[in-house]
Design a protein around this ligand. Sequence first.
Ligand code: GTP
Ligand code: MG
Length: 262
Amino acid sequence: MGLTYQSTGQLTTREIFNANTDNCDYVIALAGNPNTGKSTVFNALTGLRQHTGNWPGKTVQRAEGTYIHKSRRYRLIDLPGTYSLLANSADEEVARDFICFARPDATIVVVDATCLERNLNLALQVMEITDKVIVCVNLIDEARRKKIQLNTAKLSDRLGVPVVATAARSGEGLSRLMDLVDDVAMGRILPKPQPVRYSKEVEEAIAQLEPRVRALVGEDINSRWLTLRLLDCDTRLVRTIENYLNARETAAAVPLAQEGLA
Ligand SMILES: Nc1nc2c(ncn2[C@@H]2O[C@H](COP(=O)(O)OP(=O)(O)OP(=O)(O)O)[C@@H](O)[C@H]2O)c(=O)[nH]1
Ligand SMILES: [Mg+2]
């Protein structure tokens, strides 16, 4: 594979996702469960400055476009709608790999205000991979109609990331969304996602294994998240890392993971 780590000495995996920052200042991912309004947000932000194609090497459709906010050009990538990032399907794998390896400057997670609990599952999974998350609680008009009240300040506090309520179809909240994306991409806001805590046994295994994982992959991949995947014996992810990053040493961590759980 002609990119990467070995050849350049640094992670340039954005190139294999055709998502480098040529002609733009920042790359932003749009994630969310199916039917939450991602494409409506995407269309509202990018207007006619968009095109579609396939993800490299996949039959999964990809849409990307650009928008300008505060004189900066943003490239927005509409990820496939998924319920999780466990890579059980091509869609999930594309979404996970993009967030993990292309390392967007910010990821917007679009959630449905009328079924927040189910939708936050994906938000928490994204927040395990990257800190740079903005939660966009969409369909707020539907929530109002159903008399569902939402305290975005409290939600933001509990999650540790910025939250904005939107009704993408009418454009409500989208200007605030772009402000927050700008703040996160520029580093004016540094989200601090509250980590999901697991059982004592799992946390102990993480404590043992994570320093060794970090020593292998550095700060380029979230080591706690990768440790969890290794404890899950996600050998496919290890192969993906080998492909993307040429970091074959990571494979050595799988027996370590099994050791950690023994
Ligand atoms: N009432 C209301 N409807 C919305 C809003 N945003 C999107 N919709 C509608 O919700 C439906 C789904 O929107 P999409 O933008 O296609 O959702 P998506 O997340 O891209 O869906 P997938 O790509 O299939 O995962 C469409 O009928 C939209 O018009 C909103 O804020 N309020
Ligand atoms: Mg869509």
